[in-house]
Design a protein around this ligand. Structure first.
Ligand code: GLU
Length: 548
């Protein structure tokens, strides 16, 4: 077979040489050791935690080494494409602090290695396809869908490995005339790789996450270009990552089975192989067993979920770092206030088996992160969240910023800041009572008579003085306790509960419920200082009225 003639026959319009194409994608000028990496998503419109794990890994590796992170859109499967998906992806990742230095943007491209959308690179792939054909490494295959399925059925029935290889590779050694005849008929064809690998042969390979792997050579004549001339993932991966000078490929380990073919393809094309970082899946416990997070079953896989719940970005990232690098938590303990970017991220610390996603742990991390913020920051983030997800609450918060900030200041700062909320969604249940519209009617403990409660509340408002400090305030509560025959001596009460009708804790709760509607609230003295004298007293008077 005259391969050169075959190449001309298949690609008469391709006149550019691989060298000419390569000259358009010159070496990059990054310092020695810089990681050039990319995210290469298919534009499906769904951005999930796995994308963020990959994004964070690539982002850290690129930016901590003065490298480059670029975005390449893998839109070779037009059927799966969703309009607006690129915009959703860019905006979501940006929200989580993952910024691209280069690549596809919402309305085009930015950078010297584009186009960054694969369908726009068709002619580039054809240059390399032509070279492969000319060198005898690729050939056209005219098999129909029906022929391929029949082949698969036969292989399955005979318990053989499925695929286009060996004797099943029926277009591998046809003559030029046979190919011409098909082309003249206008038959549809794909371009296949002519594999010289054997499954008898194995070699060692080092993956930055998985470690040393034993790889079996690929013997399948995989498709390089589909019948519409658009490449498969494999071929596009080799050509693009070569031309874009990717040094590290960070991707999900579902690509591991294709790695033997990728290595073979890079070699045949004369390309330098990048380093691979194959990330294991995110899993969760389901009963007693682990399983992969699933788009269908687990709402917490979608990044929109965390936004709607109101997890601050800082918390999600902080949690993911603990998941990705096992030494991150120790580093954080030693550097409690340092910027996450100062941590030396290493792909080698990723768990090769993947990670168990622990929602309770995320919640804990988030409580800590929110507790570390100052009230102004909490106000800003909470308001932003509420504007999108609870506009009524947002209106309350913004109608009097100082009031909201003083509420959010309760228990903040100091050595042991309060850990009230894990998400912005929890803010309203926590502090809503400050706003009359969200104040609930108290439900008092039925063990106490209305008369007792009313008498406590009346005594309290008679003596309340806004100028009292918290010690004086509490002394007054204790005095009321003794007057109604309850005790403020908790020790004595615990020793003999039956000896007392109630305690200072019950008395405080009556007042707390009258002011806040709830049995639990931040420090009541402080709450009343923030609410102000009139509003506090009015609330108590109203409860007295209702009890009568
Ligand atoms: N388009 C592929 C995916 O979304 C990209 C994998 C890679 O990063 O190479 O899985």
């Amino acid at each position: 077979m005259d391969y050169q003639a075959l190449a001309e026959l298949l690609y008469p319009n391709i006149t550019e040489t691989p060298e000419e194409v390569e000259a358009r994608f010159p070496e990059r000028n990054n310092p020695e050791g810089a990681v050039i990496t990319r995210m290469a998503p298919s534009p499906t419109g769904f951005v999930h935690l796995g994308n963020l794990v990959q994004g964070l890994t690539s982002e850290r590796m690129a930016h901590q080494s003065d490298g480059v992170l670029f975005l390449r859109v893998e839109d070779t499967d037009a059927k799966r494409e969703v309009p607006g998906a690129v915009e959703v992806l860019i905006n979501t990742l940006k929200h989580y602090g993952i910024q691209f230095d280069e690549g596809a943007t919402v309305d085009g491209d930015s950078g010297d290695y584009g186009p960054y959308r694969q369908r726009q690179r068709a002619s580039i792939y054809h240059v390399f396809a032509k070279k492969l054909v000319a060198e005898g490494h690729a050939y056209p295959c005219f098999c129909t869908e029906e022929e391929l399925s029949a082949m698969r059925e036969q292989q399955e029935a005979g318990k053989e490995t499925t695929g286009y290889y060996g004797k099943y590779a029926i277009w591998r050694d046809r003559t030029l005339d046979e190919v011409k005849e098909q082309l003249d008929k206008g038959a549809s064809w794909v371009l296949r790789f002519r594999s010289t690998g054997s499954i008898e042969n194995q070699f060692k390979f080092d993956d930055l996450v998985k470690g040393k792997l034993t790889i079996t050579e690929n013997n399948v004549d995989h498709v390089l270009l589909k019948s519409d001339g658009i490449p498969t993932y494999h071929f596009a991966h080799a050509v693009d990552d070569h031309l874009m000078h990717t040094t590290h490929v960070v991707r999900g380990d579902e690509w591991l089975p294709s790695l033997p073919f990728h290595i073979q393809l890079f070699k045949t094309l004369g390309f330098k192989l990048p380093k691979y970082v194959h990330i294991g899946p995110l899993m969760k416990m389901d009963g007693n067993s682990k399983r992969k997070l699933s788009k269908r079953k687990d709402p917490e896989l979608a990044l929109t979920f965390y936004k709607a719940e109101g997890f601050p970005v800082e918390a999600v990232l902080e949690y993911l770092m603990t998941l990705l690098n096992s030494n991150y938590e120790d580093w954080r303990r030693a550097n409690p206030t340092a910027d996450m970017g100062e941590f030396k991220f290493s792909p080698k610390k990723l768990n090769p088996a993947g990670n168990l996603f622990d929602y309770a742990k995320l919640t804990d991390v988030s409580k800590n992160e929110i507790a570390k913020m100052d009230a102004e920051k909490v106000y800003t983030l909470l308001t932003e969240w509420a504007q999108e997800f609870d506009p009524d609450f947002a209106a309350k918060l913004t109608s009097d910023k100082d009031f909201a900030v003083s509420i959010l200041s309760i228990g903040r700062g100091g050595k042991k800041p309060r850990k009230d909320m894990a998400t912005w969604k929890e803010a309203k249940p926590y502090m809503g009572f400050f706003y009359d519209a969200y104040l609930e009617k108290p439900v008092f403990d039925e063990r106490f008579s209305k008369e007792i409660i009313v008498s406590v509340l009346n005594k309290f408002i008679d003596r309340y003085d806004y100028a009292d400090d918290s010690a004086v305030w509490f002394d007054k509560v204790k005095a009321i306790t003794e007057e109604i025959g309850f005790t403020s001596d908790m020790k004595a009460y615990k020793a003999d509960p039956d000896a007392f009708p109630g305690t200072v804790a019950n008395v405080s709760t009556f007042i707390r419920q009258a002011v806040t509607g709830k049995t639990n609230s931040p420090d009541l003295y402080t709450v009343m200082q923030i609410l102000g004298k009139d509003r506090s007293i009015d609330r108590i008077k109203k409860v007295i009225e209702d009890l009568k």
